[in-house]
Design a binder for this molecule. Structure first.
Ligand SMILES: Nc1ncnc2c1ncn2[C@@H]1O[C@H](COP(=O)(O)OP(=O)(O)OP(=O)(O)O)[C@@H](O)[C@H]1O
Ligand SMILES: [Mg+2]
Length: 326
């Protein structure tokens, strides 16, 4: 089992003057055989962080290590495989799915052995091996996502990064795909970075939960602890926007709409704490808390519970004014 480590990774897009830092000094570890769930609203940098590991986003600082080796030194980065929201982005629409999976397998072996391996992989993702001759368009969305997973597994990865892999699927098949991911991960002993804006989905799979906001991890810790005792106000806002824990898992759990305030512009992140313009514990509610306006809490996050980037981590949340959305 393998360990994936993001070490102070930054990704910058665009020019010095017009650009934006989509990922800003992120450190995150995916321990061997564990699932790290990465949550955060749209634009927080989840996909960019994931893509930095597989060479699809430009790493401007820091490095990504697989078992201690810089991933840039891994030939083809085969041990690290990514599955995307839209299977069309990893499947060639003109290629039969068997060929598509075979193409991702290591070279060598005769034609028969390769065909047998394709069949084995299709079975692993609960698809009939007879479908190997089909084109992606002849499959349903859920089946295509299973093929994308089989193709990722064909590379015999040690770590799989899954980016919103159920978000484009019907609610009715999301559960089946998640169960498949859980079973396959267990049986192959894979380590996994699992990205979703849906907290219910992340909760279902993750050993560790990391919460991202405006290019940074603002809280990370064991899943149960982060969910039962969130330290960062943004995590609490995400949790209160998610459906109650006793509602069915796959009801719409979209956690994107956290507060009525607009998310901050990533081109111009707020000074001090990046969450202060939206925070229920910050200067909006408590004018004496000007530390949030001036001092970046990321500086000493390491020493707080769950590495929380909040000067007032863990403080009870104030009651909302009457009529406000809970
Ligand atoms: N290729 C690119 N060029 C310029 N900016 C980009 C590029 N890709 C992403 N960005 C910007 O980087 C920031 C982070 O985007 P990213 O796609 O990583 O967010 P995300 O958390 O995955 O969001 P979502 O939940 O919508 O998938 C956004 O402001 C986005 O506009
Ligand atoms: Mg994304």
């Amino acid at each position: 089992m393998s360990e994936l480590v993001f070490e102070q990774v930054s990704v910058r897009y665009g020019t010095r003057r017009g650009g934006l830092t989509a990922v800003d000094g992120v450190s995150l570890t995916v321990p061997p055989g564990q699932v790290v769930g990465l949550v955060g609203e749209s634009g927080s940098g989840k996909s960019t962080l994931a893509r930095s590991a597989v060479g699809l986003a430009p790493v401007s600082a820091g490095r990504v290590l697989l078992d201690g080796i810089d991933v840039r030194q891994l030939a083809g980065r085969r041990p690290l495989q990514m599955v995307f929201q839209d299977p069309y982005s990893s499947l060639d629409p003109r290629m039969r799915i068997g060929a598509s999976i075979s193409e991702a397998m290591p070279r060598g072996g005769g034609a028969d052995a390769r065909r047998a391996e394709v069949a084995r992989l299709l079975e692993l993702v609960n698809l009939d091996p007879d479908r190997a001759g089909m084109l992606p368009a002849q499959l349903s969305g859920g089946q295509r996502q299973r093929v994308a997973l089989a193709r990722a597994l064909a590379g015999q990865p040690k770590v799989v990064i899954a980016d919103e892999i159920t978000s484009a699927l019907d609610v009715s098949v999301q559960g089946a795909v998640l169960n498949l991911v859980r079973d396959v991960r267990r049986s192959l002993g894979l380590s996994m970075l699992f990205i979703s804006h849906n907290l219910a989905v992340v909760r279902y799979l993750s050993d560790i939960i990391a919460v991202m906001y405006l290019g940074r991890i603002v809280e990370a810790g064991p899943a149960e602890q982060v969910l039962s005792d969130p330290q960062h106000p943004y995590t609490r806002d995400l949790l209160s926007a998610a459906p109650a824990w006793n509602t069915p898992l796959f009801e719409d759990g979209d956690a994107a709409g956290v507060s009525d305030a607009e998310p901050s512009d990533p081109h111009h992140p707020p000074a001090g704490c990046r969450y202060h313009p939206r925070c229920a514990l910050g200067p909006l509610a408590r004018p004496d808390r000007d530390v949030c306006l001036t001092t970046d809490p990321a500086q000493d996050a390491e020493r707080r519970p769950h590495r929380s980037a909040c000067h007032f981590a863990g403080e009870p949340r104030p009651a909302l004014p009457k009529g406000a959305r809970a």
